[in-house]
Structure formats: structure tokens, C-alpha cells
Design a protein around this ligand. Structure first.
Ligand code: DGL
Length: 257
């Protein structure tokens, strides 16, 4: 069984990528919606949330955690990963590693303020592609837009337009450095020059998760996902149905911490 966590809905994009990659493991997904957005929190707060999220998943007896939150990975790279009895796949390291064979030279990473502050994406991409020029852009409005159910509205479109206006015109790729942003992809696609590739690290994370499942020799699962939130379970359930198409997974509320 695999564990995934995020501050809210963003990690559903990683979950979807895992299922698209054919991973049939049962999955426990935890949305820390009591603390969303993560991007404007201090490193100390974020490390505390990370520690609690991993402890919660440990309590579910997961075999591995596939991180679906860039911001917590950025903080863990500075302050250390809490000790766990299972392996944890770092989304930013996976994303960076996927640039080893890249033809891209000028890359814009769009991420939360906390992730940009850490510089973790620039380090991870340049470790794999030393000649790449990486430009990081903080986009603090986008997570609240998604969490408030505005991703499909003109509010979502306008929030994306503000970010696109900050992207240098000579980049050849952008990276969704926050798992919420692929839920706004239609607006990025419409606003960006079509020659700019839009990269979602979820695909690389799913490939890494597949390899980890094989390495750990985990027996086949039943492709069942159980969702937990410490926010509002009803609106979270609606969002799960909207963004994953999963009509069977069970959604349960946890008491907000
Ligand atoms: N979706 C998360 C990430 O990838 C956190 C976003 C937030 O809550 O600010 O960074």
C-alpha cells in the first residue's frame, strides 16, 4: 500500500499519474486542508506539517510514501526528512532527475513562494542538466484559486495570466513545480506560446513509484484509494470526483489538527 499526501487537491494530479502508469497498489491519500495553502507558511511550520503527515501515513501502515507536495520536499531538503520505517520518494529530486536527457536549456519553474525560497528546483534540475538556465517564479494566488473551486472560472484564467506575464519570453519549457498547477493547465496552454513545453513532474514521479513498487516486491493491490482530509469532507469528496473521476474511493474526515 502506498501513501500520498498534499496540502489539499494538488496531489490528486500525482495520484492520477500513478493510476495512468498502471499502478494497482491500494493508496491512502491525505489532504492537509486544515493548513492549506502551504506556500505562505514558514519553514518551521511546514516541517511540522510534514512530520505529522508522515506519522499519519505510518499509522496507516503504508509500505512507501510517494510525495505529492513539492513545498514539503523543498523544506525537507533543508531541514531533513523525518525518520520513517518506509522509503519516501522526493518529488523535487524525481523532477530534477528527469532533466538528465533534456533538450531544454531555458526552463521556468512555477512554484509556491516557499519552494522558490528554497531554490530546491534549481539545484535539482542543474544537478542533472548543469547547462540549463533555471528561472523560478512564485505564484501564490494559484493554490487558493484551485482550493476555492475556481480553477475552471475566469478567476482561474486571470490568475494564470498574471503568472504567464512573468515568464521570460525565451524559455523553452515551464515546469509545474506545485502539484496544484496542472489543474489549471488549460489556461496555461491557452496563454503560452505553443512552442513552450509544459512539464508536469507527476509523470516522472509515477515512473519512479512504479520502479519502487517493483523494487520492494509489493504484491498486487486492488487499485482502491482511500482519501482523508482534515478539512471539509463533503467539498473534498466533490473535488475528488471532479479531478480524478474516481467514483468509488472512500472519503473520510479527520478531526482538524
Ligand atoms: N501542492 C503543493 C505543492 O506541490 C502545496 C501547495 C500549497 O499548499 O501552497 O507544493
Amino acid at each position: 500500500m502506498l501513501g500520498l499526501y498534499d496540502s489539499g487537491l494538488g496531489g490528486l494530479t500525482v495520484l492520477a499519474a500513478l493510476r495512468t502508469a498502471g499502478i494497482d497498489q491500494d493508496i491512502v491519500y491525505f489532504a492537509d486542508q486544515a493548513h492549506v495553502p502551504y506556500g505562505d507558511k514558514s519553514d518551521g511550520e511546514l516541517h511540522g506539517f510534514l512530520t505529522e503527515n508522515l506519522a499519519l501515513l505510518a499509522g496507516q501502515r503504508v509500505d512507501a510514501v510517494v510525495t505529492a507536495c513539492n513545498t514539503s520536499c523543498a523544506v525537507a531538503q533543508h531541514y531533513g526528512w523525518p525518520a520513517t520505517p518506509f522509503p519516501v520518494l522526493d518529488l523535487i529530486l524525481t523532477a530534477g532527475g528527469s532533466f538528465a536527457e533534456t533538450r531544454h536549456r531555458r526552463i521556468a519553474v512555477i512554484a509556491t513562494a516557499a519552494t522558490v525560497r528554497s531554490g530546491a528546483y534549481t539545484r535539482a534540475i542543474r544537478a542533472a542538466a548543469p547547462y540549463a538556465h533555471v528561472h523560478e517564479i512564485a505564484a501564490p494566488r494559484l493554490v487558493p484559486v484551485v482550493e476555492d473551486g475556481e480553477a475552471d472560472t475566469s478567476t482561474g484564467r486571470d490568475a494564470v495570466a498574471e503568472v504567464v506575464a512573468q515568464i521570460p519570453s525565451d524559455v523553452d519549457a515551464i515546469v509545474y513545480g506545485c502539484t496544484h498547477y496542472p489543474l489549471l493547465d488549460r489556461w496555461f496552454a491557452a496563454a503560452l506560446d505553443p512552442r513552450i513545453e509544459r512539464i508536469d513532474p507527476a509523470a516522472a514521479q509515477a515512473a519512479a513509484a512504479r520502479a519502487l513498487v517493483a523494487e520492494l516486491g509489493l504484491p498486487p493491490g486492488t487499485s482502491t484509494t482511500t482519501y482523508y482530509t482534515n478539512g471539509d469532507a463533503h467539498s473534498f469528496e466533490r473535488a475528488v470526483r471532479r479531478w480524478t473521476g474516481d467514483t468509488t474511493g472512500r472519503v473520510a474526515a479527520l478531526v482538524a489538527r
